[in-house]
Design a protein around this ligand. Sequence first.
Ligand code: ATP
Ligand code: MG
Length: 189
Amino acid sequence: MTTQERPPTEGPPIGSDRVPSLVLVHTGHGKGKSTAAFGTMLRAVSRGWKVAVVQFLKSGNWKVGEEKVGRSLGVDWWALGDGFTWDSDNMSETEAVAREAWSFTRRLIAQGNHRMVVLDEVTYPLNWGWIDESEMVEVLRSRPSHVTVILTGRDAPDSLIEAADTVTEMVKVKHAFDRGIRARRGIDY
Ligand code: ATP
Ligand code: MG
């Protein structure tokens, strides 16, 4: 970590929009990947952008709190997973749902109606081979130039990291879960 002797006198360069959009990846094993995406979503909404969120693991029955807030802010929200996949007793059906979610999402990106598209937990179906990695990279590379895409999930593959502009790895220093404390309303969902 770098330390500064004096407080900065200049902020980061802003407004130099030479590239019209970005691809951002939030990966790693620490907490904060999805919440950072939803924080960025708030910034986009505050600028009047049209935003879409697609959740690849959360089922429609298990609405996370941020979905309610996102919808109330006019965000288009789809929870296309089939619940938590590792609980599913029908993997082939779960796989089919994930594939369907991806074909929906690639059309959504290509249509360009949204200036920001969040693909939450998308690395899991990617790493399970349900979504083709090179196809996803191609969809990102050929997206309409104004569409920013944020992808979250553990173990982002190298090709995705390569294709992205900004990649952040959330490093777990500690997690309450390791002490047996389970996910909490208001903090984890
Ligand atoms: P969040 O949604 O809180 O930003 P995340 O997107 O980084 O978390 P995921 O891998 O998507 O994390 O995990 C989903 C759930 O597991 C969330 O409830 C999250 O708080 C919790 N979680 C995140 N990191 C860990 C971890 N290292 N160990 C156990 N549970 C975790
Ligand atoms: Mg997450």
